[in-house]
Ligand binder design. Structure first.
Ligand SMILES: Cc1cc2nc3c(=O)[nH]c(=O)nc-3n(C[C@H](O)[C@H](O)[C@H](O)COP(=O)(O)OP(=O)(O)OC[C@H]3O[C@@H](n4cnc5c(N)ncnc54)[C@H](O)[C@@H]3O)c2cc1C
Ligand code: SF4
Length: 485
C-alpha cells in the first residue's frame, strides 16, 4: 500500500535522541513524520562491542516510544525486520520512494561518513536536506572555524577560556573565579597506598522489557562481536540519564578532580561521571551538566578544583574535539605523522596478557564497554603509540569498543591526543611515558611480573622498553619538540 506523502520527514539518528532537538522545530504532526532506522551496517563497519550496539538500540526504541506517546507519525525500521536493507542509505532510499516527502530535515549528524551517504541519497532523489545546528553543543563548527582561523596550533585551553567567558561559566566580573583558569595541578593525585576508600556504587539500571529484548537480539544477530552483555546497565532514557547526573553530582563530583588521573586494579568506575554515553546520545545536554556542577560548587558541596576540572572536560575538551573533527575531516582520518605501521596486537580483543595495566584496562572495556580517560590515554593508547600501531587500526578499536564511541569525539582523541598522528595539531607533544608513570598513578605494577624501572632483562616492563625504543625511533622527528627534547 502506498502511504500518504508527507511534508517534512524528520530524520533522527541513533545518537540524536532528544525531543527538544532542533530537527523538531516547527514540526507539524498533521503533515510531518519522523524517520528512524536500526541498521546492521552501523554495528559492523567496525566490529562494535555488544554493549555499544545494545545501548544504541535500546535508547532508540525507548525514544521511539516517547514519540509514539506524543502521537507523532513515526516510520521506524527495526534491525530484525525481514526486509531491512542493512544500511541507513538504503533504508532511507526505500522510505523516500514510499513516503514521497517534500523535504528532509535533521540535526547535524556527528559522523562525516553518515553525512556523506545521506547527502548522496538525497541528491539521487533530487530532494532537499535541511541540516540544522545541533543544540547539544555550546558552539557551532562556524564558531570553531572562526577561533581556528590563522592559528598554526589549536590548543584546547584557549578555546575553553573563550567558552568560559562567552557562557559566563565559573566567572567573576570577567575573570575566572579563584583567579585561575585551570586547576590541573591539583587534579593529578594518586590514591593512598591502601587504595580508594568508599567509592560510591555506580548508577546502573536493571534492563527493562525493551532492553531485555534488545540484548537477546544482539546476542542472536552479533554473536561473534567483542564484549559482554551480562552486566549491561547503562541509562537508555532521558529520565535515567538525569538520575545518573544527580548521582554523580552528589556522590562523585567532590572527589572527581583530585583523582581524575588515578587508576586502581579492578576499580572500573571510581569518581568519574560515566555520563559520556548519555551526552553523546543526546539524552542530556552539556549545559545541564555544567549548571548542575556549578550549582554544587556554589552550594559548597564540591571544591572549585573538582568543579573546574569536570567542567573543563565537558565544555573544553568535548567542544574542542568536535571542532577539530569537523574542520579537519575527511583528511584527518588519513593522518599518520609518525608513520606507524604495526598491526593492532590481539590482546586488545581478548585482554589476556601478563601486563597488569593492559589486562585491567582491556578487561574492563570488554566487560562494560567502558574504561576511564586515563586508562584509555595512558594504558591502551600509550601501549599502541609506543608499539607503533597504525592509527587507522587503533582508531577502529576505540570506535568499536566503547559505549560512548561516536566518530566526532573518538577520532580526534585517538589520532590527535593519544597517537600524535596529526603531528601536533592537537597535542603539543606525544603523550609518552614509561612504566614509571603507571607505577606512580596506580597499583598495577605491584601485581605485575614486570618492573617499571627496568627497560632490559627478563623483568623489563614492556612500557618502559618501548618508551626508550620510541624515543630512539623518533629522535630525528621529535628531537626539537619543546618539553620532549
Ligand atoms: C583514545 C581515546 C578515545 C576516546 N574515545 C572517546 C569516545 O569515543 N567518546 C567519548 O565520549 N569520549 C572519548 N574519549 C574521551 C574520554 O576518555 C571519555 O569521554 C571519558 O572517559 C568518558 O567517561 P566519563 O563519562 O566517566 O568521563 P568523565 O571523566 O566523567 O568526564 C566528564 C565528561 O567530559 C567529557 N570528556 C572528558 N574527556 C574528554 C575528551 N578527551 N574528549 C571529549 N570529551 C571528554 C565526556 O563527555 C565525559 O562524560 C576518548 C579518550 C581517549 C584518550
Ligand atoms: S610493570 Fe609495566 S606492564 Fe606491568 S603494570 Fe607496570 S607499567 Fe604495566
Amino acid at each position: 500500500m502506498t502511504a500518504m506523502p508527507v511534508r517534512h520527514l524528520v530524520l533522527v539518528l541513533g545518537d540524536q535522541l532528544d525531543l527538544e532537538s532542533s530537527a523538531f522545530d516547527g514540526f507539524d504532526a498533521t503533515c510531518d513524520a519522523v524517520w528512524m532506522a536500526e541498521v546492521r551496517e552501523e554495528s559492523t563497519h567496525v566490529p562494535s562491542h555488544k554493549a555499544r550496539i545494545a545501548l544504541f538500540l535500546s535508547a532508540m526504541r525507548h525514544f521511539a516510544e516517547s514519540l509514539r506517546e506524543r502521537g507523532w507519525s513515526l516510520h521506524y525500521r527495526r534491525l530484525d525486520d525481514d526486509d531491512n536493507a542493512g544500511s541507513l542509505a538504503a533504508e532511507l532510499a526505500h522510505s523516500i520512494v514510499r513516503l514521497r516527502p517534500e523535504r528532509l530535515i535533521m540535526s547535524a549528524p556527528g559522523d562525516w561518513r553518515v553525512l556523506q551517504s545521506l547527502r548522496q541519497i538525497v541528491s539521487t532523489h533530487q530532494l532537499e536536506l535541511e541540516i540544522r545546528d545541533d543544540r547539544h553543543f555550546l558552539t557551532t563548527i562556524r564558531d570553531f572555524s572562526a577561533h581556528a582561523a590563522g592559528r598554526k596550533q589549536l590548543r584546547q585551553e584557549y578555546f575553553y577560556r573563550e567558552l568560559r567567558r562567552r557562557f559566563d561559566i565559573l566567572m567573576d566580573n570577567g575573570k575566572p573565579v579563584g583567579g585561575q583558569w585551570n586547576y590541573d595541578q591539583e587534579n593529578r593525585s594518586a590514591f593512598p597506598a591502601e587504595g580508594p576508600r568508599d567509592v560510591p556504587a555506580p548508577c546502573r539500571f536493571e534492563p527493562d522489557a525493551i532492553t531485555r529484548e534488545v540484548i537477546a537480539l544482539v546476542e542472536r544477530e552479533f554473536p561473534d562481536h567483542p564484549g559482554s552483555l551480562t552486566s549491561f546497565a547503562w541509562p537508555s532514557t532521558r529520565a535515567q540519564a538525569l538520575q545518573c547526573l544527580e548521582d554523580f553530582i552528589t556522590n562523585r563530583l567532590p572527589s572527581f578532580g583530585r583523582y581524575q588521573d588515578a587508576m586502581w586494579q579492578g576499580q572500573v568506575w571510581l569518581y568519574h561521571s560515566h555520563l559520556s554515553c548519555a551526552l553523546n546520545l543526546k539524552l542530556i545536554r552539556p549545559l545541564e551538566v555544567v549548571d548542575a556542577a556549578q550549582q554544587a560548587w556554589r552550594d559548597g558541596k564540591a571544591s572549585l578544583a573538582s568543579t573546574e576540572g569536570f567542567i573543563r572536560q565537558v565544555i573544553g575538551w568535548r567542544e574542542y574535539v568536535r571542532g577539530i573533527y569537523w574542520t579537519q575531516m575527511p583528511g584527518y582520518l588519513e593522518r599518520n605523522a609518525l608513520n606507524a605501521k604495526a598491526r593492532l596486537p590481539a590482546v586488545y580483543w581478548h585482554g589476556k596478557t601478563s601486563m597488569a595495566c593492559l589486562a585491567d584496562a582491556v578487561s574492563s572495556t570488554l566487560e562494560h564497554g567502558y574504561a576511564h580517560h586515563i586508562q584509555r590515554l595512558m594504558v591502551t593508547g600509550l601501549y599502541a603509540l609506543l608499539y607503533g600501531v597504525d592509527p587507522r587500526e587503533i582508531h577502529g578499536w576505540y570506535l568499536a569498543m566503547y559505549v560512548d564511541a561516536v566518530e566526532w569525539v573518538e577520532l580526534p582523541n585517538t589520532l590527535g591526543m593519544s597517537q600524535y598522528a596529526d603531528g601536533g595539531l592537537m597535542a603539543s607533544k606525544p603523550y609518552v611515558a614509561s612504566g614509571k608513570y603507571i607505577a606512580r598513578m596506580s597499583n598495577y605494577c605491584k601485581a605485575c611480573p614486570y618492573d617499571p624501572a627496568m627497560s632490559v632483562g627478563a623483568k623489563a616492563c614492556p612500557m618502559t622498553t618501548l618508551y626508550w625504543d620510541f624515543l630512539i625511533r623518533h629522535e630525528v622527528k621529535l628531537g626539537d619538540t619543546p618539553r620532549l627534547a
